[in-house]
Design a protein around this ligand. Structure first.
Ligand SMILES: [Zn+2]
Length: 260
């Protein structure tokens, strides 16, 4: 609740995001593997960090596909990720779910490394078609971070189309920095992502939709399905908005201040 109050206050003061400080987030990748294939290469890990750094600096080339009415909303978050540590843990578990077992040694995983000051990414096999999941700000420290399926991580190696542009991490780190799904997680038009410059939309979009997709009377432009916080394919999502960046920056200055 406190975070919401601070966010709306910053929205009112209209801070100039272009002048905000460049933040470097120390990042740890915890590889938890059952098969040799899941023990992904250093190169693949590097490809994921590179993808995050493009997306969070709005330097991804595909942002040029953003529909004209929204090009002015594309915003550089001025957040960079610096890989400082890789851990590799062999597990007997064939697959993990979103129950955080990958985050504890006693359940076949590994504990996060200094999660108050480091973003921890776990890389493992996830069951049930799960691409990844994240912990929002304010949760327990010993499970803090983001978990990514090894088949949806980075842009090379085991990364599998249509999830091979590193956007699962871009999306999940968005949650980690307090962003919600753009449809507000309700099966109708009642939910909100608490972000003013993303149109209200009915539910998730999948695949690579053709623009516009009108729901919730949000025509003529419709859903912003090319936003990183939708469920579209990696190649079909390529932007954060100014108000989303404001939310993330506010999280970094409050609940996640330890990172900076
Ligand atoms: Zn999500």
């Amino acid at each position: 609740m406190r975070l919401e109050a601070v966010t709306s206050r910053q929205r009112e003061t209209r801070i100039d995001l272009r002048k905000s400080k460049l933040v470097v987030v120390k990042t740890v990748v915890n590889v938890v593997y059952n098969t040799a294939e899941q023990n992904v290469s250093a190169n693949q890990i590097k490809s994921q960090i590179a993808a995050l750094n493009k997306d969070y600096r709005a330097r991804n080339a595909d942002r040029s596909q953003t529909p004209t009415p929204w090009t002015g909303l594309i915003t550089d978050a001025r957040v960079q990720f610096k890989l400082v540590k890789v851990t590799r843990t062999r597990t007997t578990h064939a697959g993990f779910s979103f129950d955080d077992t990958v985050k504890k040694a006693s359940t076949g995983g590994i504990a996060p490394f200094q999660p108050r000051t480091h973003l921890n990414l776990w890389l493992c096999a996830l069951t049930g078609g799960l691409l990844g999941y994240a912990q929002f700000p304010g949760g327990p420290v010993n499970t803090d971070g983001v978990v990514i399926n090894y088949q949806a991580f980075g842009t090379t190696g085991t990364a599998k189309a249509p999830y091979n542009k590193g956007r699962t991490a871009t999306h999940e780190v968005g949650h980690y920095l307090n962003l919600r799904h753009i449809w507000g997680d309700t099966p109708d038009c009642s939910g909100s992502d608490l972000v003013a410059d993303t149109p209200n939309s009915a539910g998730p979009n999948y695949g690579a939709p053709r623009w516009p997709v009108v729901t919730c009377n949000n025509g003529p432009n419709g859903d912003m399905f090319m936003n990183y916080m939708d469920y579209t394919d990696d190649a079909a999502m390529y932007m954060f908005t100014a108000q989303q960046v404001l939310r993330m920056r506010t999280a970094l200055e409050t609940a996640r201040a330890g990172l900076i």
